[in-house]
Design a protein around this ligand. Structure first.
Ligand code: ADP
Ligand code: MG
Length: 396
């Protein structure tokens, strides 16, 4: 993968695809983590004497929609860089944007409008990619969180301009690559969240490498039901029961442990004030929803993790957004944070849980990519990595 080390940026216009898909409410950026994560690349390019032209998507607008404008991000970025950031109001493909970029000078930073306002962006329209390419002499992909998308601003433009990985992209690929290439054993994976269907790929690809996997969250109930457990009204994917049984069988034949919760915290509705009861995970009565792993499971999970030298975690153990159903997620965060091990957390909700519970700085790596980190761990590469020359054997 070509990186900034190979880019002679002095005097050039460098088009940088960043991931500024941040939460915005009433024109105010809620969490600036992703903006901060882009700073090393931007600063390095400025120091090298480049003009920096930033582009990103934000949300899922249907056409041009001011509610999805990146303008509030330009203000946050200007504050963080302590310098002006020119916000380009015209569409990234417009003549207006072209002339704004043309008239800017090396040492300046510009932010283009939301690339998802362009109808050709998600279709990877080659004509749109050509228009993006007019804005730079070189292209830097630093949007790790979007590197699994074959969109015009990710792979389309990278196929036209000389292209390089930014520092964030590089850091993510190195950190996640360690989970694939020679991880220190014992290696445990903790999975949770809503759906098994989102995690099939990663279970299949990581199972041969690990000691075992701990399964919590709603996805545990699909496994539990698949082997005859009573899950009450818990969230289950009824069309994935056979698949879940197959994964359990696969684990058994590989001699790997797939640990399911033994007990759950249940309530009759998802609500902080609801009465809660602990039930065996395989015997939840009708009308009750399993909403978190129970105290015994927390203990068993922590004990399984104790000897680990490598841990990857994706997916909360329960409905962590609604306390008290965050206790299982908190317990797992605490258990992993206390390890003397290489620890990585990835996934949008898992990362926000870890941050909210105050454990982010206790992990070796907190991935900025949700879907991208899972797909990278599943396939060992991403479309955005391939266009940058792919990974060398040592990097995989
Ligand atoms: P990530 O974004 O980290 O990959 P997911 O999107 O797969 O995680 O799953 C997160 C969601 O799963 C959260 O909204 C959480 O409330 C939900 N969830 C976890 N456990 C349960 C459960 N027992 N019942 C219902 N929803 C659950
Ligand atoms: Mg999620």
């Amino acid at each position: 993968m070509r990186t900034l080390d190979q880019l002679e940026a002095n005097g050039k216009s460098v088009l940088v695809r960043v991931d500024y898909n941040v939460p915005i409410k009433d024109g105010v950026v809620g969490d600036d983590t992703r903006v901060r994560a882009s700073l090393p690349t931007i600063r390095e390019l400025l120091e090298k004497g480049a003009k920096v032209v930033l582009m990103s998507h934000l949300g899922r607008p249907k056409g041009v929609d001011p509610a999805f404008s990146l303008l509030p991000v330009a203000e946050v970025l200007a504050d963080l860089l302590e310098m002006p950031v020119k916000f380009v109001t015209g569409l990234p493909s417009s003549e207006e944007a072209f002339s704004d970029v043309k008239s800017a000078k090396p040492g300046e930073v510009l932010l283009l409008e939301n690339v998802r306002f362009e109808p050709g962006e998600k279709k990877n329209d080659p004509e749109l990619a050509k228009k993006y390419a007019r804005l730079g002499d070189a292209f830097v992909l630093d949007a790790f969180g979007s590197a699994h998308r074959e969109h015009a601003s990710v792979v389309g433009v990278a196929r036209i301009l000389p292209s390089y990985a930014g520092r964030l992209m590089e850091r993510e690929v190195k950190a996640l690559g360690k989970l694939l290439h020679d991880p220190q054993k014992p290696y445990w994976v903790v999975l949770g969240g809503a759906k098994v269907s989102d995690k099939i790929g990663i279970i299949k690809s990581l199972l041969p490498k690990v000691e075992g996997m701990l399964i919590g969250g709603a996805m545990a109930f699909t496994f539990i039901k698949a082997i005859g457990g009573q899950v009450g009204g818990s969230l289950v994917e009824d069309d994935k029961l056979e698949l879940a049984a197959g994964l359990l069988e696969e684990a058994r034949s590989l001699g790997k442990q797939l640990l399911l919760p033994s007990d759950v915290v249940a309530a009759e509705q998802i609500c902080s004030e609801a009465e809660t009861k602990i039930f065996p995970a395989f015997g939840i009565p009708e009308g009750w929803l399993g909403l978190d792993i129970g105290p015994e499971s927390r203990k068993i999970f922590a004990e399984a993790l104790a000897p680990a030298h490598t841990v990857f975690w994706n997916g909360p153990m329960g409905v962590f957004e609604t306390p008290p159903f965050d206790a299982g997620t908190l317990a797992v965060a605490e258990a992993i944070a206390g390890l003397d091990a290489y620890t990585v957390v990835g996934g949008g909700d898992s990362v926000s849980a870890v941050k909210r519970l105050g454990y982010a700085d206790k992990f070796s790596h907190v991935s900025t990519g949700g879907g991208a980190s899972l797909e990278f761990l599943e396939k060992g590469t991403l479309p955005g990595i391939e266009v940058l020359g792919g990974l060398s054997p040592e990097e995989v």
